[in-house]
Design a protein around this ligand. Structure first.
Ligand SMILES: [Zn+2]
Length: 592
């Protein structure tokens, strides 16, 4: 059995989901408020028998336990797999890099370093960079900052970097892989960054792994960044980390901001413990980087970023670092960059007054509610109880339970009972110690999904068919991941670079799977896709059916059906379309 299968077998989706939202039993399924979008009536369902989930509300998507954790924590498949494997006590094959791969990545780092030096020299010396230098002057960046952060200028040209690096022995394909050059069509490529201010991005070891860039006028998009490459992923890199390391350790505190300029301005003004998540949501990997240096983390968010779901995710990080996470929210329309430039003392005061993220989350959730109404009290409890029960520290947990009881004026013991009843498994955190007993849940990989991927992997010429397939047609997250990578990239070899090594075995199996003769291969794939599509919509239909049945069973009223339909949970018309298509295709015998 593969490691992925084993993790699936030993994990119960109900336990995992219950950590993020309150689930209540409704017949054979469980129902709750969707943890990914704001709603007042639950349109989020968990199907224990299939070990799957689906949001019939705004998200309109679903999947297995991996896709749930990926979405919840905003992490990639490999990270979700590692978290769940650790929780289930499954050892994954180690992610040792092959020699050739290591060598290849080394070349990418070198190309990035050469590009950094080239851009930096231009910014400092070239007459063509006048525009960039005056922008820097307007933003009040010092010479020292420009040097420390190795800022650069990319000239207004389609191929000057490409030429410069090719003269130094780099191949076009390497520059494309490093994200420095864009391939428009086979054999035709040009520089990615043109007429931009360049921010080289270093990893925790100080190696340049990617670039951010900003336009020098008011055109949009304002920022262009490196794409994800074998050595660059925003989800595990913090801008400024290498430079901030020392100050974070010394001051025993790290501040996470959003943008490049925020970091540079902070450092220039003596706040060296500032790093940036570069506009993406902070991930568990970011937290792990900082955790080695400090347990005190402050998020500086702009007013728009301080949303409910972002806060709830942050709460999960408290258990990872074993300490309270704090948050400061910038005044509307201002970045830390503006605040610090306006008045250093204000930034210092903000930091001193940083609020524990849980208090902040309480305020935010309660803000929209009328707590004299019973229904709004229920909403407040439904949203906050899962968060509170997720707190590992018992004293802090008691504190927030008390706080909730006070705010909604409901007895603490009632809330405690509700918390325990609804979420029996909450004491087990996602990254907590492995369970000793393993639950056996039915899991079977779908031969049809495998067959479809095998066809696509073994016949790259069929790639255009990917556009007819939704990632959701693949129920298994590992298959979904392979499909997404395949759609975006070229071949089995390069998709392996993108995917976690735990999936490699599965990819190899699919790539080497013996397929029937290659006659009529396009027809075979078309058939396969239409079957996948049918199964997907059928299963969606079944899931909807189960909801109706369960509602009727538990309440026995036709009014519920009306209510569900009002919420958008109604039989789809897509099934009819599929059957129509299939009847015109006629029936063929298939063998997988
Ligand atoms: Zn949703």
């Amino acid at each position: 059995m593969s490691a992925i299968d084993e993790v699936k077998q030993r994990t119960d989706i109900v336990e995992v989901v219950s950590q993020y939202t309150t689930l209540s039993k409704s017949g054979r399924i469980l129902k709750g408020l969707c943890p990914f979008h704001s709603e007042k009536h639950g349109s989020f369902f968990v199907y224990p028998e299939q070990q799957s989930w689906h949001c019939f509300g705004a998200c309109s998507t679903g999947g297995d336990v991996f896709s749930f954790v990926m979405k919840q924590q905003d992490i990639c498949f490999g990270e979700a797999l590692r978290l769940l494997a650790e929780r289930a006590g499954v050892t994954l094959p180690s992610k040792g890099m092959q020699g050739a791969e290591k060598e290849k990545n080394e070349r990418l780092y070198q190309a990035n370093k050469a590009a950094t030096d080239y851009f930096h020299r231009l910014l400092v010396e070239s007459p063509s960079a006048e525009n960039a230098r005056s922008y820097i002057a307007r933003r009040k960046l010092s010479e020292k900052s420009v040097a420390d952060f190795e800022l650069g200028y990319s000239p207004n040209s389609w191929d000057s970097l490409k030429k410069h690096l090719m003269e130094r022995g780099y191949r076009d394909s390497e520059l494309i892989e490093a994200g420095l050059v864009i391939e428009t069509e086979p054999g035709d490529s040009h520089d990615r960054f043109r007429n931009k201010l360049i921010f080289p991005i270093a990893d925790d070891r100080g190696r340049i792994c990617g670039f951010g860039s900003r336009v020098l006028d008011n055109s949009s998009p304002k920022y262009v960044n490196s794409p994800e490459t074998p050595i660059f992923s925003k989800s595990n890199i913090l801008y400024g980390f290498k430079l901030a390391r020392h100050a974070i350790k010394q001051q025993d505190r790290a501040v996470i901001v959003e943008g490049y300029m925020d970091v540079i301005t902070a450092h220039q003004n003596g706040f060296g413990n500032v790093v940036a998540s570069m506009g993406v949501a902070v991930t568990g990997k970011h937290i792990n980087l900082l955790k080695r240096l400090t347990k005190n983390i402050v998020f500086a968010l702009d007013a728009d970023a301080a949303r409910e779901e972002a806060m709830l995710r942050c709460v999960g990080y408290e258990n990872t670092i074993g300490n309270e996470v704090k948050v400061i929210v910038m005044p509307q329309g201002k970045d830390p960059d503006d605040v610090i430039k306006d008045d250093k003392a204000v930034w210092q005061r903000f930091l001193a007054e940083a609020k524990p993220i849980l208090d902040f989350t309480f305020d935010m959730i309660i803000a929209g509610l009328d707590l004299t109404r019973a229904n709004d009290k229920t909403i407040a409890a439904a949203k906050l109880l899962p968060v509170i029960s997720h707190i590992k520290d018992v004293i802090r947990q008691a504190h927030y339970l008390q706080k909730l009881s006070h705010i909604i004026d409901v007895d603490e013991r009632t809330l405690e009972a509700a918390m325990k009843n609804l979420m029996p498994s909450l004491s087990r955190g996602l990254v907590e110690k492995p369970k000793t007993t393993s639950v056996t849940l039915t899991f079977s990989s779908s031969p049809l999904e495998d067959y479809c991927l095998s066809l696509l992997l073994q016949h790259p010429e069929l790639k255009s068919y990917c556009s007819q397939i939704l990632p959701e047609y693949f129920e298994g997250s590992e298959n979904r991941e392979i499909f997404i990578a395949l759609k975006d990239h070229k071949d089995a070899l390069s998709i392996k670079d993108r995917l976690d090594s735990a999936i490699w075995e599965h990819i190899d199996r699919l790539t080497n799977k013996e397929l029937p003769s290659s006659n009529n291969i396009e027809q075979k794939l078309t058939d396969c896709i239409s079957r996948l599509k049918l199964i997907y919509f059928k299963s969606l239909e079944t899931k909807r059916g189960v909801i109706f049945a369960s509602e009727a069973e538990s309440k026995g009223s036709g009014a519920d059906r009306l209510k569900l339909e009002e919420e958008g949970i109604e039989p789809s018309s897509q099934m009819r379309d599929i059957f129509r298509q299939r009847s015109t295709l006629g029936h063929r015998k298939r063998k997988y």
